[in-house]
Structure formats: C-alpha cells, structure tokens
Design a protein around this ligand. Sequence first.
Ligand SMILES: [Fe+2]
Length: 226
Amino acid sequence: MDIVDFHAHIIPRADHGSSSVEVSVNQLSLAQQSGVTRIVATPHFYPARDSVESFLERRNRHFAELREANKTECSIRLGAEVLICDNLESMPRLERLCISGTNTLLLELPFSDFEKQYQITVKSLIDRGLDVVLAHADRYEPENIEKLVSLGARIQLNASSLVGFFKPKHLYKWMERELVVALGSDIHGADRKYYKNFVTAKSKIGEHLLYIKRQSDEIWNRATED
Ligand SMILES: [Fe+2]
C-alpha cells in the first residue's frame, strides 16, 4: 500500500537534512526503492531565527535545483516543520508554511519543558482554520500530546517509533482513536534505515494503515505542486 511520507528533510541545504543535491537525489532513490513515491518535504522552520519570507525563498530556490536533478518517480509537495513558540499564532504569513495549497501545518514541539502557553497557541491556530498536525508525536510525553489533541490537533508518527520488538501501547491507542493521520520517515541524510523503517512500520501497524492512508491521501490530494 502506497503511503505518503509526510515528514522528510530532503531539500538540499534548506536545513541539516541534506547537504547537497546529490544527497537529496540519493534520498529520493532510497524512497523509491522502498515503494515510497509521494513525499512531503518539511524543512525545519525556526521562528526565532528565520522569517517566513526568507525561509520560503531558500526552500523554493533549493527545491528548484532538486526538481531539475530528480530522475526518480517521486513526487514532492512542499511544507515545513514549524517549531512552536509563544505567540506563533501572531506571526505574519504563517499560513504560507502550510503544505502548499492546504491548511495543514506540521507543528513541532520542543523537547524541553511543555509550556502551558502552547495550548493557547494551538487553540488559536485551530480556531483560525488551520489543520494542526503534531510532528513525531511519538517523541513526547503522551499527557502533553493529549492536551493538544483535546483541542483538535492531529498526529504524525515517525516510522522509527513503530519498528521495535515491543508495541508502544500509547501509539496504538492513538491509532485506534483515529488521531494518527500521517507517517513520516523524518529522513536526515541518505541513511537506508529511514525507509527501511518506513516499510517495517507499515507492515507492523496492519489494520490501522488504511485510516492513516486515507487521511494523508486526503491532504496530499489537496496539495498543489509548486
Ligand atoms: Fe523532522
């Protein structure tokens, strides 16, 4: 079953995910070899260091180089992995960081303390019509993810969180509750492990795959090519 890779750092020099066009082309080849041909490119966006304009200019310029060099069958849609901060909701032109043509924003939480303010930020984003998808929700304290899910946020899981010998129970509970709408390789560099994990995760989650596929296809089908 062909599932969208919803979280990938494959744009050359847009962040630390790929240092060159060659690395990016290798990443796409690895994806294709694993049966992944639809990828949402999500370079990191750090609001304290970057503006929306300079980020988009850099991302789009380097994407044009990759598009030129890409001879694989992989299609790419552009997005961003946006790090949350206080008052993110009031950042001008934030909507432009959504996956192109959609209202879906891939939002990253910090690994440090979970601030109460984040709930206010996420609520404001959702009230404003954004479809907030929490990047690699598997990495955080489940209680904190629950606080944001109760506001309407949805979940992206990294494939690597699903490949271990033991089933991570809370992740399966989220899948049962139909909160998980996307899987990601979160590929950085051209290591084979990322898409190997993607394939393994797909086979492990069984019946849940269909719901995730439907949801991520729905977002993909709304996305526009840049
Ligand atoms: Fe990432």
